[in-house]
Design a protein around this ligand. Structure first.
Ligand SMILES: C[S@@+](CC[C@H](N)C(=O)[O-])C[C@H]1O[C@@H](n2cnc3c(N)ncnc32)[C@H](O)[C@@H]1O
Length: 240
């Protein structure tokens, strides 16, 4: 049986698709990068960096990027793409991160949080490795969308569900965690972040001609939800 959530098994196909499809290239990445804003000169942690598409875009805008991901195969693709001067490591967001306190001005976590049962450990680590006043930008499954997809019985519960995609003639099995909107907001707040923005963006207009079906879906249904949040400016306020 094929394993679940094993990005190593389909890393190359995932990376190639992610590069130019409607969901990632014309919807998720532009929205996350817009929330990140001006990153020139910032130290950025790309948490769940995958094959490095966000990292490449952030570096092109003048950021100094470090990437971490659970999948060694995706980290290898990112290394190949970004070269030896970019720090890229295999790491699990459920565990303590191998960075000093205050190592980054920005953490970007794109489409990775729905793999985590509990957001608190990852969010408190993001807070720890950020400087006071640092920001996190996250995208994750929209809770309304995944509740419908999962055919869940109770929207207000945090629960795990299975999904599968077809890619390159193969079936890819995944498992995600649904959590209601209030649980996302509460997790950020409990970890010490002040939410600056909750965003439900539209796809880029060029998706209309390139991917009309996906464009119509993304234009009318909530797929991903985006958060921008900030740690307190005073280091004293960061102590738990
Ligand atoms: C949907 S991909 C998103 C990749 C990239 N951030 C993007 O948006 O293109 C999800 C990524 O999360 C990574 N991932 C899943 N669980 C993780 C964990 N516990 N710790 C670190 N990375 C994880 C996967 O290996 C995969 O690269």
């Amino acid at each position: 049986m094929e394993s679940e959530n094993d990005y190593d098994e389909f890393a190359a196909a995932y990376s190639e698709d992610n590069e130019s499809n409607a969901w990632n290239a014309l919807y998720e990445r532009p929205a996350s990068l817009a929330l990140a804003g001006n990153v020139a000169g910032l130290r950025v942690l790309d948490a769940g960096c995958g094959a490095g598409a966000h990292a490449a875009a952030l570096i092109a805008k003048g950021a100094q990027v470090t990437g971490i991901d659970k999948s060694p195969a995706l980290v290898a693709i990112a290394k190949n793409r970004l070269g030896p001067h970019v720090r890229l490591e295999q790491a699990d967001l459920n565990a303590r991160l191998a960075f000093e306190d205050g190592s980054f001005e920005l953490v970007i976590a794109s489409l990775v949080m729905h793999y985590l049962q509990d957001w608190y450990p990852a969010l408190t680590e993001f807070r720890r490795v950020l400087v006071p006043g640092g920001r996190v930008v996250m995208s994750t499954h929209h809770p309304f969308m995944d509740h419908v997809l999962a055919q869940g019985s109770n929207y207000f519960e945090t629960y795990e569900f299975a999904d599968q995609w077809k890619k390159g003639g193969r079936t890819i099995r995944t498992r995600y965690w649904h959590r209601p909107l209030h649980a996302m907001v509460d997790a950020l707040t409990e970890a010490g972040f002040a939410i600056e923005a909750i965003s439900e963006p539209q796809p880029l207009p060029q998706a209309r001609d390139l991917f009309p079906e996906a464009y119509e879906t993304l234009r009318t249904k909530p797929r991903f939800i985006f958060f921008a949040a900030r740690t307190p400016k005073s280091a004293a306020a960061l102590k738990t």
